[in-house]
Design a protein around this ligand. Structure first.
Ligand code: ATP
Length: 320
């Protein structure tokens, strides 16, 4: 388990993290989510002991990173955003080198790196120089080097950035596989990625934790998200929708055509015994307004709603 307790980190006058507390429990895949500059890399660098915090504590399995850096670092495998690779080495040479650094016994290294190469899909390039590999394979080598020495916790900084769509799918599959046997913490600014892979989510915004929750808890809460499009002006539609008792929040979006008003509604999931469910109430309202309904569909990406709300605050057109 990795814990940040009331951690602060400054770069000169810039406060990158302020009073950040978060827990990455054993056996989970935790996604660290935030827009550019939110403090994700800084948080990961603190977890790996790359630099110390200016205030607060970093704990790995209950041990303080500053008191026992060697013991803590042994428990962690790290893949930075750009994996540091020696281009003139072959995959085999590089992994053997990292395994030695990670204090794997010399006799066990050949079998150890073969196993890791198999897990990371590197067999076909095992004897190829790193400088001749595609970005996808280089990223796989980065994963493989994080696995050297069998650390129980793996930390990846934006592991799919810069990869082509096929490589992204392959790397996500690899993270999913590794998540079955390791605790995994990775940063991303892609909501869909976090939604696909993680059981826990931490949302960072301007150097602070604005949410830590299990993925299911984020999208639950008795809420139903609906995407709506109707023909007519927003000035008439929005206040009327906000007046419905089942509507908790509303965010105006771009309609798919200029004459359509779009919005995403966060509604009560439970139907009202007298008025019916949210869809029924909305349908009746639009009939009464004589505004043709063009779209009313459940919205799957509820993490996106949570993320937008927490990282942008309440916007115009959104009710609290
Ligand atoms: P990205 O998604 O762009 O990688 P991030 O969420 O990982 O962003 P960090 O790299 O942790 O964010 O940066 C947090 C803040 O600290 C940003 O405002 C960044 O500009 C600033 N920062 C990061 N590293 C340094 C540094 N070495 N010196 C000064 N400021 C820094």
């Amino acid at each position: 388990m990795i814990e940040l307790r009331h951690v602060t980190k400054r770069y000169g006058a810039k406060e990158a993290l302020r009073d950040v507390s978060l827990t990455a429990p054993d056996g989970c895949v935790l996604g660290l989510l935030g827009v550019n500059g939110a403090g994700k890399t800084t948080a990961l660098n603190l977890m790996t002991g790359y630099f110390p915090p200016d205030g607060g504590q970093v704990l790995v399995d209950g041990r303080d990173m500053q008191e026992d850096p060697r013991g803590c670092k042994r428990a962690i495998g790290y893949l930075p955003e750009v994996p540091p690779l020696y281009d003139e080495m072959t995959v085999r040479e590089f992994l053997a080198f990292v395994a030695r650094l990670r204090e794997v016994k010399a006799r066990g290294i050949p079998a150890h790196i073969r196993d890791i190469a198999g897990l990371c899909g590197l067999e076909e390039v095992f004897h190829r120089p790193l400088g001749k590999l595609s970005k996808g394979f280089r990223q796989r080598v980065g994963f493989a080097s994080a696995l050297c020495g069998d650390p129980p916790t793996l930390i990846f900084d934006e592991p799919t950035v810069g990869l082509d769509p096929r490589q992204v799918v392959e790397i996500r599959e690899l993270i999913r596989t590794l998540g079955k046997t390791h605790s995994v913490i990775f940063s991303s600014h892609m909501l869909s990625e976090v939604q696909q892979l993680c059981s826990q989510v931490v949302i960072l915004h301007r150097g602070r934790v604005v949410k830590q929750a299990a993925l299911g808890e984020l999208s639950g809460g008795g809420e139903l998200l609906l995407r709506l499009e109707a023909a007519g002006p927003a000035a008439r539609l929005v206040p009327a929708l906000k007046g419905l008792p089942c509507v908790r929040r509303l965010r105006v979006t771009q309609g798919s055509r200029p004459d359509l008003t779009g919005c995403v509604l966060t509604c009560d999931a439970a139907p009202d015994p007298a008025r019916g469910d949210a869809q029924t109430q909305i349908f009746r309202l639009l009939c009464a307004l004589d505004m043709p309904l063009r779209l009313l569909a459940p919205e799957g990406d509820s993490l996106e709603e949570v993320f937008l709300r927490l990282t942008r605050g309440e916007e115009e057109g959104e009710t609290p």
